[in-house]
Design a protein around this ligand. Sequence first.
Ligand code: FES
Ligand SMILES: [Fe+2]
Length: 377
Amino acid sequence: MTSTSLPDSLIATLPGSYYTDPGIFAQEQERIFETMWFCVARSSELAKPGAFKTVDVGRESILVTRSRDESIRAFFNVCRHRGAKLCIEETGEVKRAFQCPYHAWTYDLNGKLVAAPNLTRMPDVGRTEYGLVGVRVREWLGYVWVCLAENPPSFEDQVIGAVRTRLGDVESIEHYDMANLEVGRRIVYDVKANWKLIIENFMECYHCATIHPELTEVLPEFADGYAAQYYVGHGAEFGTDIKGFTVDGSEGLDRIPTVTEDQDRRYYAITIKPQVFINLVPDHVIFHRMYPVAADRTIVECDWLYLKDVVRGGKDVSRSVELFDRVNRQDFDACERCQPAMSSRLYAKGGVLVPSEHHIGAFHDWVRERLGARQPE
Ligand code: FES
Ligand SMILES: [Fe+2]
């Protein structure tokens, strides 16, 4: 796709403008984040009816809540009267209804318009027709995904399919019983980098030997630069003297009992486009989701999930959390180091991918395909 010919070992990345141009970012919001399944919450954040969370998905604010029948519902966070943002808070809880702070239109937890000043004098106003507009919701692995598209892509293909493609089957992830694990730690990172730099970084391990000393100690094969994601079903094996997936290789927490023998002492990483990364180890799961806020800024929310007894028993998870927290900070520093260079004249035509990164080329093709006709010069 570039005019210059490259040696066989190298393929071109996307041009720098893909990481800086607000027009490209707006297209990504419209054609990627607003049309695909997008992970917005851990189900347990919406513990009971009326608990809610607001999340930006693409250009829209979405209100996610649990209704009286315990199912999770999601709506555009927009009042049907004159468009005030219904909920300003990021999280909270209402008793039985959401009331707009402007003229007090009031919606129940299913989105139905249940009250408004003088509503009885407007019998022709349909309570459902003028209720909140819902968006599609799916729950899987203890997380909530929404899709803003009128005709959503198949969740089985986009989300479950990504896991199947990586692990070879879906049962392998079910062994980690993620829906029943508990959040032992959550860390939110504010990363000054384009979301695609973060995905690309997560997809390759060419950088592991350089920036992840603790991780390559625990997973010696990572020092070779070939990411575990490269081979279907492969999990990187712990080093022989490593006791657990911790910052110093010391003993981890209680192993998830349904994890199989062949999954024991191994690490699996999965990317679910466009914004979820999952890491599986025998005693915990690390679950990342990205919230792209601008071409050069991405919020990454990361959960460390353990067995309920580990969390409720107050066991010390700090050495366990510290390993991947360090990995995250090392990775995000690298992404932030690249971001300013994306607008350098030297990067106008992009950089290059070495063979152990060539699979990132398929990600770039996918981005180009989603964006369709418009291409930057
Ligand atoms: S804008 Fe919400 S009640 Fe008027
Ligand atoms: Fe990394």
